[in-house]
Design a protein around this ligand. Structure first.
Ligand SMILES: [Zn+2]
Length: 286
């Protein structure tokens, strides 16, 4: 049936219609849009993102809906997990939510809207140093123990290896790693103990930040910077806009509304200083 249709179509199309040698039916299809992170992490969207796929060294912990991101983010997560697994064979990194396929609001998050944010579980270990893999994320107390999983502890070596991989990634620049202060302190102390280069430790100290909201004591929330050639991408969070605001065109930053005859609305640099990142927080979740 299908073959007959194709043959008939070819007969109809052929008389008198001479296609140039290089032309093919595919040439008439509009080119695929390029990946774009539009707007800010808390007020943005994602165009032509890629999906994070599970690998032997990377497991996906949340719904398939929230597994989309900019290629730079998905690549970072994959390369980071692979590097840790090369150094500590058998390790698997648990990754929670990224963004939805088209970005925008994600239930349970203030940000994660523009394909540049991901929640990443800590590596946990048992008393002998073996990795503990769980479908859940567990809070870590001040002494480095998992509060709700007997015998599990924060794995300093693997988690530092992951952070090191992110900070030295050849393709992607990190903007922030939101994490609780006591976890940040642990990692910096560990890095000092194992003789990590001072420059790397300084960069780690600069990037890790406990957000104003929930403490992030059960996961890293990694946010990458705006990839190159992303004109509509806003590096930092923006003040929440009133609902139903125009979202702007593809590839452009959302613009504030302006009443006819009024002066342009100036948003204070649109971006809030990262240190005052009140919107990076996620709700407490397992
Ligand atoms: Zn998050």
């Amino acid at each position: 049936m299908c073959l007959l249709f194709v043959a008939a179509a070819a007969l109809v199309a052929s008389p008198g219609e001479v296609l140039p040698a290089h032309a093919s039916p595919a040439a008439h299809v509009a080119p695929a849009p390029r990946p774009a992170s539009v707007g800010s992490p808390n007020e943005g969207r994602l165009v032509a993102g890629v999906r994070l796929e599970p690998k032997p060294y990377l497991r996906v912990m949340r719904s398939p809906e929230g597994r989309w991101g900019m290629p730079e983010l998905v690549g970072l997560l994959d390369r980071g997990a692979r590097r840790v697994a090369r150094r500590f064979p058998g390790s698997t990194l648990g990754v929670g939510d990224l963004s939805r396929r088209d970005g925008g609001d994600v239930m349970g998050h203030h940000s994660h809207e523009s394909g540049r944010d991901a929640d990443v579980a800590f590596y946990l270990r048992d008393a002998r140093g073996k990795q503990i893999v769980s479908p859940q994320m567990f809070a870590i107390d001040e002494r480095g123990r998992a509060t709700n999983l007997t015998g599990a502890a924060f794995d300093d070596a693997r988690n530092w290896a992951l952070l090191e991989a992110w900070l030295t990634d050849p393709e992607t620049r990190i903007n922030r790693v939101f994490v609780a202060d006591h976890v940040r302190d642990r990692l910096l102390a560990f890095a000092r103990r194992v003789g990590a280069p001072a420059q790397l430790r300084a960069r780690a100290a600069e990037v890790m930040l406990q957000p104003a909201g929930p403490a992030h004591d059960d996961h890293f929330h990694v946010r990458i910077g705006c990839p190159r050639n992303q004109k509509g991408c806003l590096e930092f969070v923006t003040k929440e806009a009133p609902p139903h605001r125009d979202r702007g065109q593809a590839g452009r930053a959302p613009r504030p509304r302006r009443r006819a005859g009024s002066a342009p609305v100036v948003r204070p640099a649109a971006a809030v200083e990262p240190a005052a990142d009140d919107f990076a927080d996620d709700p407490p979740q397992p």
